[in-house]
Design a protein around this ligand. Structure first.
Ligand code: AMP
Length: 211
């Protein structure tokens, strides 16, 4: 877990290179529904564009479906779930959680980073005008199609998402410390994923039984 723009997706990708997990990002799943204009996508989008969390019932139902299709020997890397105490309570009835990795990134770093993040919506390719700019301004490197900004990355929405993170999601760290004795909880601080990741990797090697 971590604030929006705190590098959850980037750290997840790095973890997937070193460990065998099935990556489940509720944000990615919801964005796909929005793009495909499914019924769930239309409901989710009305919350996402405002920078609000999608209702617990919607995401919990999604997780139940994932659980139904999960292979027995498979480990999941949950990226962006749970995000509320209610989701955590429901999750505990579905999966045991071995490790909780929390990324603690200064808000100003996040605000600067998200305002500079542009995407090629059809493919999900992400560019940053800071460290990974497109070859041609505002055009996707592969297709040449125009880039766009995620509605929820627009400056006015970012601050709402950060407030929602502080109020709804951050308390989960204490919740897991106090209520889930079998979950190892670790908070990683920093501003750059490349610097944070080696610590995350060491932590996982120590606490997660890799196959
Ligand atoms: P993310 O890409 O993880 O930052 O998620 C993007 C948006 O999807 C969030 O700002 C929420 O509106 C929604 N979302 C993703 N995961 C959840 C979740 N577990 N609970 C509620 N809303 C979620």
């Amino acid at each position: 877990m971590g604030a929006p723009g705190g590098g959850k997706g980037t750290i997840s990708k790095k973890i997937l290179k070193d460990f065998k997990f099935n990556h489940i990002s509720t944000g990615d799943i919801l964005r796909k529904h929005v793009q495909d204009k499914t019924e769930l996508g239309l409901i989710a989008n009305s919350y996402m564009v405002k920078g609000a969390l999608v209702p617990d019932t919607v995401v919990i139902d999604m997780l139940r479906l994932i659980h139904k299709n999960k292979k027995n020997d498979e480990s999941l890397l949950l990226d962006g779930f749970p995000r509320t105490i209610e989701q955590a309570k429901q999750l505990s009835t579905i999966f045991p959680i071995d490790c909780l990795i929390s990324l603690d990134i200064p808000h100003q770093t996040i605000i600067d980073r998200l305002s500079n993040r542009w995407i090629h919506a059809p493919s999900g390719r992400i560019y940053s005008y800071d460290y990974n700019p497109p070859k041609i301004h505002n055009k996707d490197d592969i297709t040449g199609e125009p880039l766009s900004q995620r509605d929820d990355d627009k400056p006015e929405t970012i601050s709402k998402r950060l407030v929602s993170y502080e109020q709804m999601t951050k308390p989960l760290i204490e919740y897991y410390r106090n209520h889930s004795k079998n979950t190892h909880v670790e908070v990683f601080q920093g501003t750059e994923s490349d610097v944070i990741y080696p610590n995350v990797k060491n932590y996982l090697l120590k606490h997660f039984k890799t196959k």
